[in-house]
Design a protein around this ligand. Structure first.
Ligand code: LER
Ligand code: MN
Length: 272
């Protein structure tokens, strides 16, 4: 059965972004526990912002797992991209992500590559950009193996990247890495609502490769507050045997607590 998860953002600069809980790790873990979530996903500025001992205690005290950790601050705060045309910048981007893999790894959580994948254009054509991205994903997947966690690749909608926009494109992209890579796909339902012909079909396209899901409605509000057909989506998620996390990456609408509550109610309705 898929597990439930809620996002906690520690990045003030990302205020207004699609994360549910914004009031620190302790308060976030309390709310997650109170509502019965299995796990939290943490979006931080980087490893130095998270005190591992504190996080370990909070997870233990609240009986929560760490589902995944985001790397987006590498782009938002530091402008780092794995497809930069500057090799030093690419190396810096990889190092930043490796430190986040280390941070999540000790809790069994994979790191998510979203906005740090960058985009092609200007001096970089699509094929060369995808080759750079493939090389980086292969290396970061290998690096993550030491923690027995996958590296998590998230394709985004066309307004956020022009590399991969659909599950099928991500599946094709990962085939460049051979059969023995350690990279899984993150299917974010919000991006899929923009890009897929049929969201349920898109989920089926990723059978065996989807390792994480951003559980959210069509308008980035919590699941159930938009026009997604969650009956069909949940059926596809069950059909592919997905047992990872359905992680709520949504606006804190109408407020943080109600957004988390709405999410767990939808999770219980469709997956329990
Ligand atoms: C942003 O739209 C998003 O979905 C994040 O999970 C990726 O950085
Ligand atoms: Mn997402």
């Amino acid at each position: 059965m898929p597990k439930s998860c809620v996002t906690i953002s520690l990045v003030e600069a990302a205020r207004g972004g699609p994360f549910i809980l914004w009031d620190g790790l302790e308060k976030g873990c309390q709310t997650a526990k109170q509502l019965g979530f299995d796990a939290v996903e943490v979006f931080s500025l980087g490893p130095e912002q998270v005190d591992s001992a504190e996080l370990e205690k909070l997870l233990k005290d609240h009986e929560l797992e760490l589902a995944a950790v985001g790397t987006g601050a590498g782009m938002v705060q530091h402008g780092l991209s794995l497809t930069s045309t500057c090799s030093e910048q690419r190396a810096e981007a990889k190092e930043f992500i490796k430190r986040i893999i280390d941070m999540g790894g000790r809790f069994g959580a994979g790191a998510i590559l979203g906005s740090m994948q960058g985009r092609w254009g200007d001096d970089l054509n699509k094929q060369d950009a995808l080759a750079l991205l493939a090389e980086a994903c292969a290396e970061l997947g290998e690096y993550a193996r030491q923690y027995n966690t996958p590296f998590i690749y998230e394709h985004l909608n066309r307004y956020e990247t022009n590399l991969c926009n659909t599950v099928a494109e991500s599946v094709q992209f990962l085939s460049r890495l051979g059969d023995d890579h350690n990279v899984v796909i993150l299917a974010d339902l919000f991006h899929m609502n923009i890009e897929e012909v049929c969201i349920a079909e898109g989920i089926r396209d990723g059978q065996g490769l989807i390792g994480h899901i951003h559980f959210v409605d069509s308008n980035r509000r919590p699941a159930g507050l938009g026009h997604m057909d969650f009956d069909a989506i949940a059926a596809a998620i069950k059909e592919i045997g997905f047992e990872g996390y359905l992680s709520a990456e949504a606006f804190p609408y109408p407020n943080e607590f109600e957004a988390a509550k709405q999410t767990i109610e939808s999770y219980n309705k469709y997956f329990r």
